[in-house]
Structure formats: structure tokens, C-alpha cells
Design a protein around this ligand. Structure first.
Ligand SMILES: *Cc1c(COP(=O)(O)O)cnc(C)c1O
Length: 425
């Protein structure tokens, strides 16, 4: 795979821009994305699907919701998978047609359902019988017909991190697959529902094709059964979840290529004349972004060295939350013969879990040095918080030799402006 963050003249660049120039412009920490990488990964995914008859890509916004990122993908023809009214509004503002938007999630509120129906989205992925009833009721009051697809819980373990596995029987997602025929039968008689197909999504950062194959086969069996009982299925949404490479040195958990993933779709469902929807998130954006941070202190502990940086778990929570690995790149290119040190790279937050890397072998860092956490384009900025009253960090988008601040750092005044004192204080 191509890399869009490369050393030139000994300095890490994003496309044609030296990272230190960006740090000078917005201060650290900040996220940096590149347009060429977004376009590359989107097109790589798209071209892998070329042999499938009717297929559409609905970028899962929750991986990275910055409007400039979404607009970049929209310009390539991407649709969207959204999980809240906020994401739906952002997708529309970024220029994605409602006819290319699917709405997922186990807990859509009545306001969200109503808003989605009024914008005229492609489909609502329904996760329970109870939600189906609510959608029908709301569609009736709006005097419209709701396009619904049933999200199937396939009772399959995707063999990824347990916090991002979503289609085991005990998970909260989807409708038990055994119940689908009965619910479908009752739904087709309701005047304000139009059942458009089936949906599944088995989890995230999936690195074994076998899990996809098993779940798509189960979808196939379900479709065969429904077709035979007089409910022809014309549209299948297969969700997202394709994993990416985080650790290229050890190549641990090597993900399948999008071509191999597409082959599994073709082999399991290719002969069915269904429209196929896919909802990739991480695959498109993960390797299109860095989190750039500055070293504050190098502290000699009793038996280890701590590199204390100015980014923290509130800016990028994946290491603390999932034990995720992010490669750490020095901005100054290490010389080949440079010695290495085993260090812990940690943030300033008052939590022992505020650690980006344990026992990592890095070239020696000094206060003031810039470092980049690699593969931070997905589930980085979108999962950030203001814990410890730290401000959300800026995001920058690079294109060739240009860059633009696509989210600025708020002032403290702005950050505090939503709070107020009660009259008795
Ligand atoms: C999170 C999510 C996705 C995207 O998953 P990735 O692993 O980022 O590809 C797609 N569909 C649904 C329903 C999701 O919840």
C-alpha cells in the first residue's frame, strides 16, 4: 500500500507539506489528514468492487465526521452511513444526497426517525421489532412510507476486539435472524412501511475473511429462504468492518485486501440479483491521518523512561480503550545507525491508562521534539473529549502543497460558554 506520510530531506511530510510547518501554524497537538490518502483508499475500495454488479459505498461517518473529509469523499461519489441526527445533518451539509444515506443504530429517537423520514433518506436500518413499530407510527403521522431494512443479528463472532464485535447473539445489535421471516411477514402488511432489504454489520477492525464469509453465507441462506417464501430480497447491506494495518513492523493481524474481501462477497452473494450496499469507515480514513504531538518531558522512572507528550487519551482514546497499537513516528527522520530506547509514551492526564505506547523501542526523544501517532484518521478526532478541560484539538487537511485548518482549536471562552451558574450561586 502507498504511504502519503513520507520523509523528505529528513523531515516527515504530509504530501508536500513538512509537518513542522503545520505545527507552527496551529500548535500541538493536532490531527493531520491528507486528501491523496483519502482518495487513494476510497478508490482502492471502490475498484476492488468493480466486478460486482450493483454496489454502492456508504462511508460510515462515525470513523471521521469532519465536514471536509466527508466532502472529499462525497466528491468521489460516496454515500453515507449515519448513526445520529448530527451525522445525518453533517452528511447532508457535506453534500451527500439523502438518497445515498442509510441510518443505522439501535437507539434512534422519535425525533431522529422523523427527521430522517422528512429528508427522504435511502433506508433506515431497523434493529428491533419495537423500533419497527415506532417507525411505522411516525411514518403514519407524517403520511409517508418509511423505507426499512432489517439489521440481522447473525449469531456470529467476528473474532475482533470484544468491544467492537457486534453480531453475537448476546450483543445489543440487530434482530435475531430466526425471527426475521415472521417480522418481515407482519411488516409487509403495514401501509407506512416499505421493506427494502436486509442489513448486517458484524464488527470493526476485522482481519479474518472467514468471519465475513460465514456471515455473508448466513445472509445468503436467509435470503434464499425469504425468496422461497414469497418475499424477494432485492437489496443487502453488508455493513463495514474491514480491518486496516496498524503495526506494519510486526505485521500483526494482517488485514485482508479489499480485493479478497470483494471476492468473498462475489462468492457468497454474487449470483443473487441484489443491490449490495457497503459501509466502510475505518478502511477509508484510518491510514489517511496522523495525530501530531510534542514531547514535553523525558522522565527517568525507577525502571523505565517515560516520554511525556502534549497529546492525551482524550484526544485519541483507542490505546486506552481497546489496547490499540499506533506506530509512533519521529518527525525528524531517524538515522539508520541511531540507537534505540525502550520507553513508555504517555499523555498528561491524571489516569494511569493515559498511555499511547508501552515498552516501545524508539530513537531517543528530547523535549520539544515532534512525534506523530500513525493511522489516527479513524476513531481519533471523533472519539475525542474535553476531559481534564483540555480543548479539542485542531484538524488540518493537506492537498499537495496546500493545507487548510478544517477544525480550529476553540478558545477557552468558547469552551466554557455553554455552562452557567444557577441563580443561588
Ligand atoms: C461502525 C459501523 C460501521 C463502520 O465500521 P468500520 O469498522 O469503521 O468499517 C459500519 N456500519 C455500522 C452499522 C457501524 O456501526
Amino acid at each position: 500500500m502507498q504511504n502519503f506520510f513520507t520523509y523528505r530531506n529528513g523531515i516527515l511530510h504530509a504530501e508536500d507539506i513538512p509537518i513542522p510547518n503545520l505545527a507552527e501554524s496551529v500548535g500541538t497537538p493536532f490531527y493531520c489528514y491528507t486528501t491523496a490518502a483519502l482518495e487513494y483508499y476510497y478508490r482502492l475500495f471502490q475498484s476492488a468492487l468493480a466486478e460486482l454488479r450493483e454496489v454502492s459505498i456508504h462511508y460510515a461517518l462515525k470513523a471521521n465526521t469532519n465536514i471536509a473529509v466527508v466532502r472529499t469523499l462525497a466528491n468521489l461519489g460516496a454515500g453515507a452511513d449515519v448513526v445520529s441526527e448530527g451525522e445525518l445533518r453533517l452528511a447532508l451539509a457535506a453534500g451527500i444526497s439523502p438518497k445515498k444515506i442509510v441510518f443505522s443504530g439501535v437507539g434512534k429517537t422519535p425525533v431522529e426517525i422523523s427527521f430522517a423520514l422528512q429528508t427522504g433518506i435511502l433506508q433506515l436500518n431497523v434493529e428491533s421489532e419495537e423500533e419497527l413499530g415506532e417507525i411505522h407510527r411516525i411514518a403514519a403521522t407524517l403520511n409517508t412510507v418509511a423505507p426499512v431494512s432489517f439489521r440481522v443479528n447473525l449469531d456470529i463472532d467476528a473474532k475482533t476486539h470484544h468491544k467492537i464485535t457486534t453480531s453475537r447473539r448476546e450483543d445489543k445489535f440487530g434482530i435475531e435472524w430466526l425471527k426475521i421471516p415472521r417480522i418481515l411477514r407482519s411488516a409487509v402488511s403495514l401501509p407506512h412501511l416499505h421493506v427494502v432489504g436486509l442489513t448486517t454489520h458484524i464488527g470493526s477492525q476485522i482481519t479474518n475473511l472467514q468471519s465475513f464469509r460465514k456471515s455473508f453465507m448466513r445472509m445468503r441462506n436467509l435470503i434464499t429462504q425469504l425468496n422461497a417464501s414469497g418475499f424477494p430480497i432485492r437489496r443487502v447491506d453488508l455493513g463495514g468492518g474491514l480491518g486496516v494495518l496498524y503495526d506494519s513492523e510486526s505485521a500483526e493481524g494482517l488485514p485482508p485486501s479489499p480485493t479478497a474481501y470483494a471476492a468473498v462477497i462475489r462468492e457468497t452473494l454474487g449470483d443473487y440479483h441484489c443491490q449490495i450496499l457497503l459501509e466502510p469507515g475505518r478502511f477509508i480514513v484510518a491510514n489517511a491521518g496522523l495525530l501530531v504531538t510534542r514531547v514535553l518531558y523525558v522522565k527517568e522512572g525507577s525502571n523505565k523512561i517515560f516520554v511525556i507528550v502534549d497529546a492525551a487519551m482524550n484526544d485519541l482514546i483507542r490505546p486506552s480503550l481497546y489496547g490499540a497499537f499506533h506506530a509512533i513516528l519521529p518527525i525528524k527522520e531517524p538515522l539508520l545507525d541511531m540507537s534505540r530506547q525502550t520507553v513508555d509514551v504517555v499523555g498528561p492526564i491524571c489516569e494511569t491508562s493515559d498511555v499511547f505506547a508501552h515498552k516501545r523501542s524508539l530513537t531517543p526523544a528530547s523535549p520539544g521534539d515532534l512525534l506523530a501517532l500513525d493511522s489516527a484518521g479513524a476513531y481519533g478526532a471523533t472519539m475525542a473529549s474535553t476531559y481534564n478541560l483540555r480543548r479539542l484539538v485542531p484538524e488540518i487537511l493537506v492537498k499537495g502543497d496546500q493545507f487548510s485548518v478544517i477544525r480550529r482549536r476553540p478558545s477557552y471562552k468558547e469552551m466554557f460558554s455553554l455552562e452557567s451558574l444557577p441563580p443561588w450561586l
